[in-house]
Design a protein around this ligand. Structure first.
Ligand code: PMM
Length: 265
């Protein structure tokens, strides 16, 4: 899954694809690099980000969804808002990716059930402006699995078909680097929930933390693509359904290697 953030302020690609034509072009180049799907988002979720209003989110996202769909691209919409999800699906999106797992907007789960598209339920503990204060865990893998289980139950109760659900550990969302690393190591416990798992670690802080030199300075986000590819291979090898990344080519290669090892061919 390639990422196109139609935002002025996302942490790794904010501002690059803020204009519709540039965003569509970027999505097409991600597909040329090997993406099976392009995730289009209009609202930054970086730590500390404040929210934009719904009309602005629609203005950013819908033309890009339309443009990519017209080119035959499978598009997912990254949104916490039911109205944006509904309108993006009407514009051609085939999957709804909600980083709040349906918690931010009470209309989201019924809206997705009515749309009949797959839904990514990510682990989430609250909005970005203060999410870092919620990174408190005893056993992070067990607690994330338990909290995801509650969201799966809510989605099923709202009428979303079980075969349409995907989970996601929410790397970097209310998590410190050690939590993110534990979740990657413990992916099998999340797969044990019985649903496909999406992993979104691309260029995130925990990779910067791993790569930081002796003085503790992390490399800038766009220098974390090799680390992202390594993470993608590890996730794919463990059985992840998809990985969500900004720079597709190195990750597509990494995932191919993981698949070849699994198939021994
Ligand atoms: N991370 C971001 C945005 N959307 N969606 C899913 N399902 N999983 C993620 O980990 C995720 C996401 C934040 O990263 P970005 O600002 O680079 O898009």
């Amino acid at each position: 899954m390639g990422v196109v953030n139609v935002t002025p302020d996302s942490f790794s690609d904010g501002g690059h694809w803020f204009d519709t034509a540039a965003a569509v072009k970027r999505g097409l180049s991600l597909v040329a690099d090997g993406a099976d799907m392009v995730d289009v988002g209009g609202e930054s979720t970086r730590p500390g980000a404040t929210r934009i209003d719904e009309s602005e989110e629609l203005r950013r996202v819908l033309p890009v969804v339309r443009g990519l769909t017209a080119e035959g691209v499978l598009v997912s919409v990254d949104t916490m808002r039911a109205a944006v999800a509904e309108q993006a699906v009407s514009a051609g999106a085939v999957l709804v990716n909600d980083v709040s797992g349906g918690l931010a907007d009470r209309d989201m789960l019924p809206a997705v059930a009515a749309c009949g598209v797959p839904f990514v339920l990510m682990h989430w503990r609250g909005f970005s402006h203060d999410m870092n204060s919620r990174a408190v865990y005893g056993d992070v893998v067990a607690e994330v699995a338990e909290e995801l289980r509650a969201r799966i139950d809510a989605a099923l109760s709202a009428g979303i078909a079980p075969e349409r659900l995907v989970t996601d550990p929410g790397l970097g969302f209310a998590k410190e680097a050690r939590h993110d690393l534990a979740l990657v190591a413990g992916l099998s416990d999340l797969l044990a929930l019985g649903l496909p798992v999406l992993v979104g670690g691309s260029r995130k802080r925990f990779l910067g933390h791993v790569l930081a030199g002796e003085d503790g300075t992390p490399p800038p986000a766009h220098h974390r693509d090799a680390a992202t590819a390594a993470l993608s291979a590890i996730a794919a090898h463990q059985g992840a359904w998809a990985v969500r990344v900004h720079n597709v080519r190195p990750t597509a290669d990494a995932v191919r290697v993981a698949r070849a090892v699994a198939l021994r061919a």
